[in-house]
Design a protein around this ligand. Sequence first.
Ligand code: ARG
Length: 454
Amino acid sequence: MSELVKRYTSSVFFDKRLWQADIQGSLAHAEMLANQRIITAADHASIQDGMATITLEIESGAFEWQLDLEDVHLNIEARLTALAGDAGKRLHTGRSRNDQVATDVRLWLRGEIDLIAGLLRDLQLALVKLAEKNIDTVMPGFTHLQVAQPVSFGHHMLAYVEMFARDGERMQDVRKRVNFLPLGAAALAGTGYPLDRERVAIALGMVDAQGKACICQNSLDAVSDRDFAIEFTAAASIAMVHISRMSEELILWMSQNFGFIHIPDRFTTGSSIMPQKKNPDVPELARGKTGRVVGHLMGLITLMKGQPLAYNKDNQEDKEPLFDTVDTLKDTLRIFAEMTSGITTKPEAMEQAALRGYATATDLADYMVKKGLPFRDAHEAVAHAVKAAIAHNVDLSELPLEVLQGFNAKIEKDVYDVLSLRGSLNARTTLGGTAPVQVRAQIARHEARLGKPA
Ligand code: ARG
């Protein structure tokens, strides 16, 4: 092999991060081999000792990773053999790197999913806390990015809580399918050694909610499919898309034209030339990194397409996109939880923006409907009222009663109660609506679900 081919085919410099899972899988396999009398108890003990030494070496940085040994599996096995002699050479009995790598990736990913679940929870807690402080903060709600109706800023934050809660559920669902044991499939066809796959699955915690072993039931499928990685990356992409939508809003809201929120300086940067600038670098990068994660999803799904059964070396290419997806998502969630905790609102600016946009126009129409006018007629009457307000450069609530009565004779003095932003907000009491009473109820539900924020 030329140096170029060696470098091209090796994976050790990225798959070495699977080392813990690799050792964990090997120890479970060795224990089972000993239990099945396929290797001796003495060999098993030597393997355990060797792996303990290797663990210390890797943790201390003393382990010498070698490009010539191609990947994490061969690097660790070679060192084990140097330490434990023939016992090290016996470890691979009834096993192939094909079922080994599939097992390693699943074990590693399962651990990462659990960390991601915790980070998603932290972010939800930060959002709930921000919502709680802003139940009565009125902002313009938008459709088509046009001022539509007043909403509570707290309600707006809780929309993201719903999204990240679903992301958490998706991760739990993916985890169920990640947590299946390929080991025992060997290269592709199974093996003639009397392996106890159930024992290995249980040792590795690859069990369902009832404690029943989760074992890949077809050897060809076990070593070759990476659908679990694709599925995880799809769930990660959706979570990043939610982050990206939130980023877009934060960027807009902290621009001078909106001025709705303040983000602490430690999440922004200045410009090298314009001294007045405070750029929302963190949300912008998160929006950008979303493209990167969605790209990994495309990469992984395209990697799988067209592969005949069973294992092909193509699958070595699953690692870098998967690793980078995990790293990007974890960092992003962590930084977003921190940043969310630091966000403060500018209620005055939000109210002004809602007033500028005639956000209570629908309330005026609803008022007329209550007075007996058909909704379509009310809609038209309000359109005229808004035109008049624009012409006089005032809010609907600032139009004199006589002027309003000109659009509909049934309008009375109590119309001003519904024309206020707060009146509008308080009226939206349907389950899941923006009225503070509803927002409070939703916060209580989330706090019960997540555990109350500190
Ligand atoms: N480094 C390989 C991978 O990541 C391990 C499996 C290699 N198997 C093989 N038959 N060459 O997929």
